[in-house]
Design a binder for this molecule. Sequence first.
Ligand code: NI
Length: 183
Amino acid sequence: MTVRSILRIGNPLLRQESRPVNDIADSGIKALVQDMLETMKDANGAGLAAPQIGVLSRVIIFGLDSNPRYPDVEPVPLTVLVNPEYEVIDQETIAGWEGCLSIPGMRGRVMRPKAIRYRGYDVEGEPVVRDAEGFHARVFLHEFDHLDGKLYIDRISDLSQFGYIPELEAAGLLPRVRQESDR
Ligand code: NI
């Protein structure tokens, strides 16, 4: 397992569409996922998409135990999804703060559907289907967007709700988070 470097906004690879994985049994995917897990953990992230380490394959991971970068959100099971898809099951949208390891030190408030059903395959090629709402749905949708070359900043409708973490905290907009690696 290797901690890979995370591409930052401005790198054109983050704006490309990733390709579906044809053969999940291919050991390359397991190695990729191991590196992604290690990289996400090292960065204290809640999620990571393969293109963020420069691999344009439709693979995402996410999960949140108690993460100091996100002190006020409910836990999300550690999940690996190859070739993910989703449908919205509650059209209501809710606002929430998002950050991205490719946009370090910043947060923005983004509207996302309240509840979704996502599906995909784990590293063994077994199907995964799950209903998710709140932060769980948000983190899936954020990572899914990476596979289509989209970043959360593309979805911020009010740019007064975007900025550096300390400034947003000082303004009382963002709940205070502990000092972390992405500052
Ligand atoms: Ni991201």
